[in-house]
Design a binder for this molecule. Structure first.
Ligand SMILES: [Zn+2]
Length: 195
């Protein structure tokens, strides 16, 4: 059995004070002063909050107000940030997807588009483009092999060009003679290092 603790109660009829066991709180009993039935309730004085308790409550209320205010501010700021970031993110992802990776990147070469250039005043045609050495070393005996296609996109011939040395970070503007006059477009088929 836990020890019963006596608390100070107050009669609801006459206001007289008396002690009763804490466990009996809320029950009905006869007042020792007026003899009338009263609910066993705590007397008002111990219920009154000390100035320290009042201060603590005020500080708690202030803290809650600050926290809630801060939280609302943070939510507003976050929503604003999302509004700013949101469309930018979708814009950023769209252009990167359609561009295919350079097929020669794994070989440490960066290639550009190949164009067919006619030499004015002659029948000679050259397939021209550029190859950049993205490696940190010199590249020796670099040979570019090109596929040539007609207007219908059908493969008709090969062409190639060669350079002895390609410096690190250097760009080689190749110039491959095209013998097949029906050639309409060209594409790099392979880049080989013969040394
Ligand atoms: Zn009473």
């Amino acid at each position: 059995m836990p020890t019963t603790k006596d608390v100070r109660g107050e009669c609801q009829q006459c206001g007289g004070q008396f002690d009763f066991a804490a466990e009996a709180a809320g029950l009905l009993a006869d007042c020792p002063h007026c003899g009338q039935q009263t609910e066993l309730l705590l007397a008002t004085p111990p219920e009154e909050k000390s100035p320290a308790q009042t201060k603590a409550i005020i500080y708690t209320v202030v803290a809650v107000v600050i926290l809630v205010g801060g939280l609302i501010g943070a939510i507003i700021a976050l929503k604003r940030a999302q509004r700013i970031v949101g469309p930018a993110q979708t814009k950023a992802t769209t252009p990167s997807s359609p561009k295919p990776a350079d097929p020669f990147a794994a070989q440490n070469f960066r290639t550009g588009a190949v164009t067919l250039e006619k030499t004015p005043g002659s029948k000679l045609v050259y397939a021209q483009g550029s190859i950049v050495n993205t490696a940190k070393q010199q590249r020796f005996g670099v040979k570019v092999e090109l596929d040539l296609f007609d207007d219908a996109g059908k493969w008709i011939a090969n062409a190639s060009d060669y350079t002895g040395v390609l410096e690190p970070g250097g760009e080689w503007k190749f110039h491959a003679p095209v013998v097949e006059s029906k050639s309409a477009s060209a594409k790099i088929a392979a880049i080989k290092e013969t040394k």
